[in-house]
Design a binder for this molecule. Structure first.
Ligand SMILES: Cc1ncc(COP(=O)(O)O)c(C=O)c1O
Length: 429
């Protein structure tokens, strides 16, 4: 029996991340993963953005242990529980009210991001009575059919097996470079009754496209998009599943843009502990659901309510944590910029915002080779982008500066090895 035989024989071929990181992990603490042989890795993947507060944060872990020890409710359908009451109160007090968003309602959906996106799109269609939804090139919104229709990724769309309909794709900010006015283009298409674009119920957008390759929309573009939504009577859905919960240096990725989305989707780091949890925030006048109309057995995970409330209390009562994220983001960007200058000033480039950063490479082969080299040296890091050409840093926000320095040294060495090989191959050919 080989080391991985159990997985290879019994687990579906659909498994993916484990193919890039062929070890068996046993423990994790903070920004580190530990294999069963005791090898430590710095985690720059962090559950694809689910572990903003790191693995097994002691404060969140203790809150959960105390709750379980006291026989707190684990599963309660959507019944009133103390854990849910505390989360609702805490989210409203710590996050919504200080941001002038006290009028939003919270809808708990099935526990993954795609569940929240399904609910958001369904609600937008229900409220407006329209089918069509605008989503953007390279956008990623999940793999269940409704959300997949809004997702651009061809590999995932190819797995659908049925038609993916009722979505019109538009170019994301800077898709055609910074000279093209994609908002004006959309305005023209939406104004022309014969453009072939049916009047949309909503627009769904990420302010930073995570899976799509760390493409950043400027505040100006997002504000214009909001104006376009108001002009054409479409709802604005911000999918903050990956960029939210502090990743860009503020709790919501859009909160310094001066916009007021109609609907916001959150999941990934919302529970703070890596527990499945998803939520839709909706302006209260949009709350036109009939009881149970959008149902689901696992709506609202009580353990996640506990850890999420503890995370909000611990990290978000003041600006100290957010300020540390912004400072670390600058540090990582500085180190990445140095890597770009040293190994490929003409072929590499820095991408992203806050602590959602990466290095764009000439192609997917280079980016994947960099990640492979980095893994050999103790860094778990993945690619994103349409050609998997972006080496993407999604490390826990609580990572120490010393760990950042170590990870960046590894990444620097990996780029040196791969770009060196690349140059040697070019010279030989
Ligand atoms: C922006 C965004 N929306 C939705 C999803 C889907 O979330 P999940 O994989 O939990 O269904 C993701 C996942 O990466 C995402 O990044």
């Amino acid at each position: 029996m080989t080391v991985f035989e159990q997985f290879e024989q019994n687990e579906s071929a659909v498994r993916s991340y484990c193919r890039s990181f062929p070890v068996v992990f046993q423990q994790a603490r903070g920004a580190e993963l530990i294999t069963r042989e005791g090898k430590h890795y710095i985690d720059f993947l962090a559950g694809a953005g689910t572990l903003n507060y790191g693995h097994n944060h002691p404060v969140l872990k203790q809150a959960l242990i105390d709750y379980i020890t006291a026989d707190g409710i684990t599963h309660g359908l959507d019944m009133y529980t103390e854990a849910k009451e505390r989360f609702l109160e805490t989210f409203n007090r710590v996050i919504l009210a200080p941001r002038g968003m006290g009028d939003y309602r919270m809808q708990f959906t099935g526990p993954t991001g795609t569940n929240a996106v399904e609910a958001a799109m369904k609600l937008a269609r229900k409220v407006t009575g329209r089918n069509n939804i605008i989503s953007f090139t390279n956008g990623f919104h999940g793999c269940s059919i409704g959300a997949l229709a809004a997702t651009g990724n061809g590999h995932h769309r190819g797995g659908a097996g049925i038609g993916l309909s009722d979505v019109s794709r538009m170019p994301y900010a800077n898709y055609f470079g910074d000279k093209a006015n994609t908002i004006a283009m959309m305005d023209k298409l939406l104004t022309d009754p014969s453009s072939g674009i049916d009047k949309p119920a909503a627009v769904i957008v990420e302010t930073v496209q995570g899976e799509g390759g760390l493409n950043v929309a400027s505040a100006e573009w997002v504000k214009k998009l909001e104006k376009l939504c108001r002009k054409h009577d479409m709802l604005l859905i911000i999918d903050d599943i990956q960029a939210g919960c502090g990743r860009t240096g503020t709790f919501f990725s859009f909160e310094e843009m001066g916009i007021k989305p109609d609907i916001v989707t959150l999941s990934k780091s919302l529970s703070g502990f890596g527990l499945p949890f998803a939520m839709v925030l909706l302006r209260s006048e949009l709350d036109q659901w009939k009881p149970g109309e959008h149902n689901g057995t696992f709506r609202g995970n009580n353990h996640a309510f506990v850890t999420a409330a503890a995370a909000l209390e611990h990290f978000w009562q003041d600006d100290e944590f957010a300020a540390s994220v912004r400072a670390k983001g600058k540090l990582i960007a500085y180190r990445m910029q140095k890597i770009v200058r040293r190994h490929g000033p003409d072929s590499l480039h820095l991408k992203g915002r806050g602590m959602m950063l990466g290095i764009g490479c000439p192609n997917g082969e280079v980016a994947e080779a960099v990640c492979r080299h980095a893994f050999e040296k103790g860094l778990v890091i993945e690619t994103s982008g349409p050609h998997s050409e972006v080496v993407k840093c999604l490390c826990p926000l609580i990572i120490s500066e010393e760990q950042i320095a170590r990870a960046m040294d590894i990444l620097d060495g990996a780029f040196a090895a791969v770009m060196g090989e690349d140059q040697a191959a070019n010279q030989a050919s």
